[in-house]
Design a protein around this ligand. Structure first.
Ligand code: G3H
Ligand code: 13P
Ligand code: ZN
Length: 333
């Protein structure tokens, strides 16, 4: 049993309480490799932003869970080395799908876990979430749950099958499950293709897709039912069109990739939404930078010469999200 407290990590309780009260959101960035982690920590340290490092089960398979955990532990020391005296870094399991997986993460030093039982019937979602909460809270590890279904590539469901969180269920769900934060469905979705062209309008000038707005009415209803309760948005990449253009101009093929407009995330950050999950945008930044090097310097074969620019581009993206979208800069001085 390893306690996250011995690793210098923090859980989400205090960071969420401050974010809800302060009208900003904490960035939750997924990582799978060293360059992503370096970029996240550099961006958080430079902006003094609390940050959540997320590990998905896919990341655990790809990089090895032990290695990722030690990388997060190293990240705390790296942050200090960069001059961030009191780093507020949370290590979080993203989309945990079983009690055993959540327990294993609690036992190996994660400070927060998500149990995503949103695809189960309502009562089963509560029961499994409660089982994880009962275990995690013994070790002061915080638990995120999910109610409602997000559409998207990772969920293997089509957009039509997405259904918004029902505000009338949230009090009962939060009370009986004991979760510390709740991921809701208000129209975000995972991946770089969040909406089908037929769900969008097309800007006549640019030819780009304009996605339908998020369901802020549902969010506000939920906030009224659970005042001050931490709300989480998954699937919140904006799919920056400049990256899509670079990728497409240098041998890639991402037709009609579209995300959540940043103004809407900015608006959400001012509400009880206190954690915003971003993964795809970092993948796009990395891919765009690497494609550019490969196209412009075909003789280059030193990985540092393309992973370095990719890391710089991701850092730029993370800083932009922190400062201009979520407003979490300066909140962990
Ligand atoms: O919500 C899913 C995250 O973007 C993680 O994706 O399962 O491909 O690692 P992944
Ligand atoms: P994006 O695919 O929009 O980046 O969402 C990531 C996410 O929700 C991770 O849990
Ligand atoms: Zn997610």
């Amino acid at each position: 049993m390893v306690s996250y407290k011995d690793l210098g990590l923090v859980n989400t309780r205090e960071m969420f309480a401050k974010a809800v009260a302060g009208g900003y959101a904490i960035p939750a960035f997924n990582f799978n490799n060293m360059e992503q982690l370096q970029a996240i920590i550099q961006a958080a340290a430079e902006t003094k932003s609390p940050v959540i490092l997320q590990v998905s089960s896919g990341a655990r398979k790809y990089a090895n869970q032990t290695l990722l955990r030690y990388m997060a532990e190293g990240a705390v020391e790296y942050a200090k080395e960069l001059g961030w005296e009191h780093p507020q870094i949370c290590l979080h399991l993203d989309h945990g799908n079983s009690f055993e997986l959540c327990k294993s993460c609690v036992d190996m030093g994660f400070s927060s876990v998500m149990i995503d039982a949103s695809s189960l019937p309502y009562e089963e979602n509560i029961a499994l979430t409660k089982q994880v909460v009962d275990y995690a809270h013994k070790y002061d590890v915080t638990v995120e749950a999910e109610l409602g279904v997000l559409a998207g590539v990772e969920d293997e469901v089509s957009a039509e099958e997405s259904h918004y969180t029902r505000p009338e269920e949230v009090i009962d769900f939060a009370t009986r499950s004991g979760c510390d934060s709740l991921a809701i469905s208000i129209g975000t979705s995972h991946g770089a293709y969040k909406f089908k062209p037929e769900q969008c309008k097309r800007d006549p000038e640019t030819g780009r897709l304009v996605p339908p707005p998020l369901a802020f009415d549902v969010l506000h209803e939920i906030e009224k039912k659970l005042p001050g309760f931490p709300i989480v948005l998954h699937g919140s990449s904006s799919v920056p069109q400049e990256y899509v253009d670079i990728i497409n101009a240098h041998g890639g093929k991402l037709p009609d990739a579209v995300g959540i407009p940043e103004e809407q995330l900015r608006e959400a950050s001012k509400s009880a939404v206190c954690k915003i999950n971003i993964d795809s945008d970092s993948r796009l930044a990395m891919t765009a930078a690497i494609r550019l090097v490969f196209d412009e310097k075909p003789g280059e074969f030193d990985p540092r010469k393309y992973l370095g620019p990719a890391r710089d581009e991701m850092k730029k993206l993370y800083m932009h999200k922190i400062i201009n979208v979520l407003g979490s800069n300066g909140k962990a001085e």
